[in-house]
Each structure stands twice: as structure tokens, then as C-alpha cells.
Design a protein around this ligand. Structure first.
Ligand code: 5GP
Length: 180
């Protein structure tokens, strides 16, 4: 185990099984359609890379980058687009892939923004959800795991750009993480 880790919340096997499950559900729901899978950089990259290989309908991918957390662990509610999509989503079935929904402020902004671009449909798939922290009415269409109010890293999620390469989802030791 990585020396900075206090506790493993979700193992590699648990994550892999959930990704498989989500991929199957998505493939069923979109049967007969082509989708555009939009990943939110950078945290969703690892999840998205695994997820798309479990989706069997034709798909294209694109990415958006938005500002959310710096080193602090609270969402400011102010969302800025740092990198926009490369293509139009008008008339397309868009599946937005997020690593974690916390307050929901980031996702709310993205949904509002993307819906003005007239997609045929717009759904959300998140690996992790902290429902107790929600400050908006955003409800993900596909949700991997509901987790307690703990700051987690690994499987794409960072703290100060570290730990994205951990294969598990884990909680850092006190002292390795400052709350804000
Ligand atoms: P929200 O706008 O829902 O409050 O925040 C969403 C974003 O905050 C996520 O995409 C993620 O980047 C970051 N975030 C929220 N909770 C955590 C956490 O427990 N660990 C990490 N590494 N990032 C988090």
C-alpha cells in the first residue's frame, strides 16, 4: 500500500466490477444509438478509459477541462471552462463522465452550459457520489458508488496533482492532506 494512504475505500476489483456493470447498463440504454462520451479533465480520465471499453454501442470521445479545486478541497462554485469541446454536440447523444460529484456545482454548470448547445440527449455518469454534500438538485443518471464525506484520491483523483496513478480509491493519512 502507498505510504500516504490511511484506508482503501474501494479496491481495484470492486472498481473493475462496477465499471463493467455501468458499461453494460449504458450499452443497453443506448442500444441502436451512437454516443459522444465527454470526459471532464483530469480526474475522469482513468475511469473513462476503462468505461468506454465496456460500452458496446458506437461512440466518439471528447474532453472538457474546467477549473474546480486547486489545492483546497472545497468547491468554490465558480466554474471556468479551461478547455472546450472540439466538436458540436447539436443533435447528438451526450454522456458526460465525471469522477466524483460532491456539491454538484461543477456538474450543474456543465449541464446548463451543454444543454444550450442542443444535444439530442444529455446524461451523466459518475464513478463516485457524495450525496451528503450536495448543494444543487443534480442527480447523476449512472452512479458507481455513493461514498461518505471523505476526501479521496486514486484511480484518476488527485490531491495537489498526486496519487492519480493509484489503482484503488483511498483516503489519505492525516497530515498528507489539509482541509482547504
Ligand atoms: P463539486 O463541484 O461537485 O463540488 O466538485 C466536483 C469536483 O471536485 C470533482 O470533479 C473533483 O475534481 C473534485 N472533488 C470533489 N470531491 C473530491 C474528493 O474527495 N477527492 C478529490 N480528489 N477530488 C474531489
Amino acid at each position: 500500500m502507498h505510504p500516504d494512504i490511511q484506508e482503501i475505500l474501494l479496491t481495484e476489483e470492486q472498481i473493475a466490477q462496477k465499471v463493467d456493470e455501468l458499461g453494460k447498463r449504458i450499452s443497453e440504454d443506448y442500444r441502436g444509438y451512437e454516443i459522444l462520451v465527454v470526459g471532464i479533465l483530469k480526474g475522469a480520465v482513468v475511469f473513462m478509459a476503462d468505461l468506454i471499453r465496456h460500452i458496446t454501442v458506437p461512440l466518439a470521445i471528447d474532453f472538457m477541462a474546467v477549473s474546480s479545486y486547486g489545492k483546497a478541497s472545497e468547491s468554490s462554485g465558480v466554474v471556468k471552462i479551461l478547455k472546450d469541446l472540439d466538436q458540436s454536440i447539436e443533435g447528438r447523444h451526450v454522456l458526460l463522465v465525471e469522477d466524483i460529484v460532491d456539491s454538484g456545482l461543477t456538474l450543474k454548470y456543465m449541464l446548463d452550459n451543454l444543454s444550450t448547445r442542443k444535444p439530442a440527449s444529455l446524461k451523466i455518469c459518475t464513478l463516485l457520489d457524495k450525496p451528503s454534500r450536495r448543494k444543487t438538485d443534480v442527480v447523476p443518471d449512472y452512479n458507481g458508488f455513493a461514498i461518505p464525506d471523505k476526501f479521496v484520491v486514486g484511480y484518476g483523483l488527485d490531491y495537489g496533482e498526486q496519487y492519480r496513478n493509484l489503482r484503488e480509491i483511498a483516503v489519505l493519512k492525516p497530515g498528507k492532506y489539509s482541509n482547504g
